[in-house]
Structures are given as C-alpha cells and as structure tokens.
Design a binder for this molecule. Structure first.
Ligand code: FAD
Length: 288
C-alpha cells in the first residue's frame, strides 16, 4: 500500500477528537451511534485508543475502520507496544492496512499490572521511539504520531530528559505530537517553547479534556498527572454538587482554554471526547 498522499499530519491546522472502543461487545451499536454524532462535527481526524497491554486490539481496528470507511473521516489507531511482540504488532498493522487505516499513534503504554519484572525487562520494544523505528522499516505505508507531556512524563527524571527522549521520537520518524491533557495553558506554552529550543519541530496538538463531573478528577485526571490550577479547583468547589451546573462550567472552561490557545497561535487542538458527542458539539460550537 502506498503512503497516504493527503497525510493528515501534514495539515497546517487540525481540530480532532479522541474516542475509546466500547468496553463490552454488546456496546458496539451505541458506540457506532456515538461515532455518527461525532462524525457530524467533521473533525480533521478521530483517534481511537488501545487497551493497555494490547487487550482488545481488534476493537481498536473495528472502531478505526468504522471512522475511516463508514464516516469517511481519517482515523488514527493508537498502538501500544509494552506487552507486544514484533509479530503481533505487524499482524495488527496488516489488519489496519486492510481497513485502509494508515495513521498510527505509536505509544509504549503503561506496564500492565500482571507483567512480571522478567517480562518487563525482556520486552521487545522499550520505548515508543523503538516502535516507530521498527514500523518505519517494516510498515512504511503508515504515518506516525507520538505522545508528549506538557508537565513531563511521570517516569522522567526531569523535563530536560523527557524532551531529549521526545526528540528521539521525532528522529525515529514521528510526524506529529499529541499532548497529554492539561488545564493550565501556561504549561503548554512553556513546554512548546522548551521543545522548540531542543530542536523539536513537529506540530504539537494541544490535548483538551472537558471535565463535566468531579468524578473524572479522581480517575482520568489523577492518572494523567496533570495539575489542577486554582481557577479550575474553584470551579469544582463551586459547582461540584450540581451535575448540570458542573457540566456547563466544565464545557465553558474547555471553550475558554481552546480560545486562548487559538489566540496564542496554537494550530492543532485535540479533544478527549470521552465518547460524549453532546459535550463535544457544545465545545465545537462554543469555540466557533
Ligand atoms: P515513551 O515514549 O516510551 O516514554 C515513556 C518514558 O520513557 C518517558 O519518561 C520518557 O522520557 C522515557 N523515554 C522515551 N523514549 C526513551 C528512550 N528512547 N530512551 C530512554 N528513555 C525514553 N495508553 C494506552 O494504554 N492506550 C492508549 O491508547 C493511550 N493513548 C494515549 C494518547 C496520548 C495523547 C497520550 C499523551 C498518552 C496515551 N496513553 C495511552 C498513555 C501512555 O501509554 C503512557 O503515558 C505511557 O506511560 C507512556 O507512553 P509513551 O508512548 O509516551 O512512552
């Protein structure tokens, strides 16, 4: 298969969404209607997450295929490599190619809880950059994005080391970076400045997660390691007990974040949609 001629990673500006595959097979019908509703917003692309350790990889392919072929919107399939062997990754790429999905978000992934120290030490891919180098050689028809962390990856000793490692993803052949979620734009601006100073020239999508219930703070946000600025903490304190008011305030916060990013010249916005088309629509319309 030829490399995609109109590569979405070459676009000057993008507005994109992330979705996750349904947790149970029974939920596929509702997942497709969620995707239909997100598709109406015509994002530049939709990325599909991958279960930690490669569990349910086929579901990522199925959802990515629906986006690419049914909705006719470019799909990015996330692929994590920490628990995978080279042959498994190649087989997954063949499945994606069959579905005309040619964009991959290449990730190492978190170490699965049931992975022993021996298994972890013997893993075939150490880092996302190793996955990108391997696939550039073995599956050249794909284009790759990679993850970056405005507040530093939790394992990295310092931002300096994390950026050196990020440069390796660029050198390995990544074409685009998508950031971890953040709530304080100043972290993102400072990160971009440091990344540029280190020679990272790739476009960087700003990852925005609308928080519509305080429960999300205890789960997704804690896992991401992103800090909560005072303005946002105040908002949760004020509206946290009122579901509808909290939802509105969370959407409003995301809209203000995106507007500020755009006013400051950020050209790539990636919304962690959490499979919520109504919330995503309100943000898209609010930003317009
Ligand atoms: P790496 O790039 O390997 O980085 C991990 C650590 O190793 C960092 O501290 C880094 O500084 C260091 N490092 C990197 N390269 C090197 C190198 N060459 N030599 C030495 N050290 C190095 N997880 C999922 O399970 N499924 C998903 O679908 C998913 N999607 C995500 C999407 C985005 C936008 C983001 C930001 C994260 C996503 N994650 C997902 C989470 C991700 O898997 C974890 O953050 C994971 O801990 C790191 O993955 P990585 O690809 O950044 O790893």
């Amino acid at each position: 298969m030829e490399a995609s001629k109109a590569d979405i990673f070459d676009r000057e500006s993008t507005f994109s969404f992330e979705v996750f595959p349904p947790k149970k097979d029974d939920d596929f019908a509702s997942a497709f209607s969620t995707l239909d509703a997100l598709g109406e917003l015509r994002p530049d692309y939709i990325s599909v997450t991958y279960g930690a350790g490669g569990s349910r990889a086929g579901k990522t392919v199925e959802i990515a295929s629906y986006i690419q072929n049914h909705l006719q919107i470019p799909a990015i399939a996330h692929v994590t490599c920490v628990g995978s062997r080279r042959e498994q990754i190649l087989s997954l790429c063949r499945d994606l190619e069959k579905e005309h999905v040619t964009h991959i978000m290449a990730l190492r992934g978190d170490r699965p809880k049931d992975m022993t120290d021996e298994e972890f030490a013997a893993r075939e891919f150490e880092h996302a950059s190793d996955l990108i180098s391997f696939l550039k050689a073995q599956a050249p028809s794909f284009s790759f994005a990679a993850a970056c962390y405005p507040e530093k990856h939790f394992e990295a000793f310092s931002m300096e080391t994390d950026l050196k490692n990020l440069l390796k993803k660029q050198e390995a052949g990544a074409k685009h970076l998508i950031s971890q979620l953040f709530f304080d734009n100043d972290y993102f601006y400072a990160f971009c400045e440091k990344a540029r100073a280190k020679g990272i020239t790739l476009p960087i999508s700003a990852g925005i997660m609308p928080i519509t219930s305080p429960k999300q703070i205890g789960t997704t946000v804690t896992l991401s390691g992103s800090s909560i600025p005072k303005a946002f903490a105040d908002l949760i304190a004020r509206y946290g007990d009122n579901a509808e008011e909290m939802r509105k305030a969370g959407i409003d916060y995301a809209i203000r974040q995106i507007r500020d990013l755009q006013e400051n010249g950020v050209k790539h916005i990636h919304i962690y949609s959490m499979n919520k088309p109504k919330t995503t629509r309100e943000i898209v319309e609010g930003v317009k």
